[in-house]
Design a protein around this ligand. Sequence first.
Ligand code: KG4
Ligand code: ZN
Length: 341
Amino acid sequence: METPIYILGIESSCDDTSASVICNAQILSNVVANQEVHAKYGGVVPELASRAHQQNIVPVVQQALAQANIGKEQLAAIAFTKGPGLMGSLLVGTSFAKSLALGLNIPLLDVNHMQAHILAHFIKSDDNKMPPFPFICLTISGGHTQIVKVTNYFEMEVLGETIDDAVGEAFDKSAKIIGLPYPGGPLIDKYAQLGNPKAYPFTKPKVGDLDFSFSGLKTGILYFIQKQQRINPNFIKENLNDICASIQFTIVEILMDKLKNAVKKTNIKHIAIAGGVSANSEIRKRLQLAEKHLGWTTYIPKFEYTTDNAAMIAISGYLKYLNKDYSDVSVTAKARLKVTE
Ligand code: KG4
Ligand code: ZN
């Protein structure tokens, strides 16, 4: 039997405090504390996020250890998110991870949040298939939209990315226009289930083959809604499902177009998605169809590993641990960090 290597992962880059225990690529616990405090402000308030992380981090880590049924003295290493993210939020996880690693006298592993979203595909479970190298990963979150060629665990190349808003922002800002609370992405997904995706055609942006742009779409949606409301003040209420379905359809069409371009350019047909927006039901459905119609093999993460979570930090830490790629205690959080760094 394999010797068990237990690693604690800590994620605190934005507004979720999370801790996870992994044992040799298998997740034993993945505790996420969402910060409700931001909803009333319509977006994440950085100062409030840091404070909430400080409140949550100790109980979240304790819960992760308890659920995994291990004591902290059994840990082989501590992995944490170094960046990218909100500086005040990152500092909480970084300082906590350092102190704990020093106190337990075990290695510290710094993890790139963007790489971690992708590496979540290497979490072992009974029912998941792992992508073979090289594969293409569409990373879609609240802060990033990238097409990445993944040649090895820590060898990645950005083939294209957004020149303005991230796709999660496109969902959240569109949701705000139609009066839905933050984060609106999951709500658009929910209402879209009952709507007609072809009800309102929105214009797709024109940018480079593998790049994205969402700010024009957002403006297009705003003008369309304002115009319709002048004609019928109840337009949103009466047509919410169709509006949501049309917005979601347009965004997913854009994503699929770009993935097709990436396949054409690289001839790689192993396609993964990662990040918060990969929870979206329409992109999941369209990828499953692409298996049938385009001959792709697609890799869709488990729902709990899509939005920010520490399990993805734990698996990345485990892969680094196997390479003995430990961090120095002088390591610092980085608000800006490329997926290739
Ligand atoms: O990866 P993530 O949790 O945080 C960042 O690193 O940004 O992504 C959060 C984003 C938010 O914009 C949220 O609205 C979006 O993911 N999201 C969704 C869905 N679930 C989460 N967007 C569309 N459909 C969903 N089902
Ligand atoms: Zn993220």
